[in-house]
Ligand binder design. Structure first.
Ligand code: ACO
Length: 345
């Protein structure tokens, strides 16, 4: 007989409550036909295998920090906050390998002096960032934290790799979190996080890090590009998001089949999203999706989805929302929130 799971430790300290949200998509749009012009692919393949029709990409010279500043500014405005105590930036594509990008983003937002650092968890970055921000608040180290998730993903995509070029895109999303109580709308539920580094090779940029530099062998030109073993990644994505979601929902005492009003899953691939929802017994009408016109925007995916869904009236105050993500690391996570009455800035 399986022993019952140990009870989760009681939560102490103030809760982290979402009180503002913002997102930013760079203006340049790439259609499937634009990709067909340079790759051996088709609009039909991309639509049926990924669910993507168009995506936003950065123009030459635009870095992650520019996207992050725009989304961060909008979240501050949405919350009516001038000066948070900390800024956490979740990103896969920092402006430079060193230093972290967050201090520069903070400076450009007029926030020089506050705590600012990056979190690196690829497509699960927003959920890892949420847990980090919550930790700062629960420990009494900050009352208000600006969490930004931003990726200029196309800057690491090999333009000749049809397996990744058709999926990835660029965006930033942000939420403001303040100290509050666990029973109020916007309070972040118990966040479930996990990783499996034995599968770190499934999703990687092999060159440029200390592994390659310490080898004494110069990086091959292609080693700076992002690589993903798509088919294998796919299977893990569905299993991990579904199981993390079940754990997060159980901690909130929600049944996924009947108590979840909206599923906000990392927009990796429309087929993955459908499979995760089916596993959880969540109908298509309760699944938020913007992948058709946004693509897979890495860490930014979930906050951009939330902000757009609020703007379009698909996500309303009081909705019980289940959030889940999966990506390189491998890393995954899930959490819950009763949606607060916030308008994107
Ligand atoms: N156009 C046409 N054909 C293509 C394309 C393309 N753009 N890309 C691949 N193909 C071909 C392949 O070469 C293969 O051909 P073959 O059978 O002759 O070898 C065939 O299509 C099927 O390839 P698969 O890789 O099995 O295609 P699949 O249906 O799995 O779709 C995709 C590929 C979209 C990458 C999918 O596997 C996927 O979405 N994987 C998971 C992505 C994910 O969740 N990543 C984690 C989060 S993101 C992150 O962390 C950064």
């Amino acid at each position: 007989m399986t022993a019952p799971a140990p009870a989760a430790p009681a939560r102490t300290g103030p809760a982290a409550v979402i009180c503002g949200i913002g997102s930013y998509l760079p203006p340049d749009v790439v259609t499937n036909d634009d990709l067909v012009a340079r790759l051996d692919t088709s609009d039909e393949w991309i639509r049926t295998r990924t669910g993507i029709a168009t995506r936003h990409v950065v123009s030459p010279g635009t870095a992650t920090s520019e996207l992050a500043v725009e989304a961060g500014r909008r979240a501050l405005e949405s919350a009516g906050v001038d000066r948070p105590d900390a800024l956490v930036l979740a990103t896969t594509t920092p402006d430079r390998l060193c230093p972290a990008t967050a201090p520069e983003v903070a400076a450009r937002l007029g926030l020089t002096g506050i705590a600012a650092f990056d979190v690196s968890a690829v497509c699960t970055g927003f959920l890892y960032g949420l847990a980090t921000a919550e930790g700062l608040i629960a420990a009494g180290l900050a009352e208000r934290v600006l969490l930004i998730a931003a990726d200029a993903f196309t800057t690491i995509i090999d333009p000749l790799d049809r397996g990744t070029s058709v999926i990835f895109a660029d965006a930033a999303g942000a939420v403001m979190l303040r100290a509050g109580t666990y029973d109020e709308p916007g309070a972040v539920g118990r966040t479930v996080l996990g990783s499996d580094g034995t599968l770190s090779d499934l999703i990687e940029v092999p060159g440029g890090g200390s592994r390659q530099r310490s080898s004494g062998v110069a990086a091959a030109p292609d080693d700076g590009w992002f690589r993903m073993r798509g088919r294998e990644t796919y299977r893990h994505a569905v299993n991990r998001m579904a199981s993390a979601s079940r754990q997060a929902a159980a901690a909130a005492r929600w049944r996924t089949e009947s108590d979840v009003d909206r599923l906000a899953a990392h927009q990796a691939n429309a087929r993955i999203l459908r499979s995760v929802a089916e596993e959880l017994g969540i109908t298509a009408a309760r699944q938020l999706s913007n992948i058709e016109h946004v693509g897979n925007t890495g860490a930014a995916s979930i906050p951009v989805l939330l902000a757009q869904s609020v703007s379009e009236g698909a996500l309303l105050p009081g909705h019980r929302v289940l959030l889940t993500a999966f990506g390189g690391g491998l890393a995954w996570g899930a959490t819950t929130v009763v949606w607060p009455d916030v308008k994107p800035g």
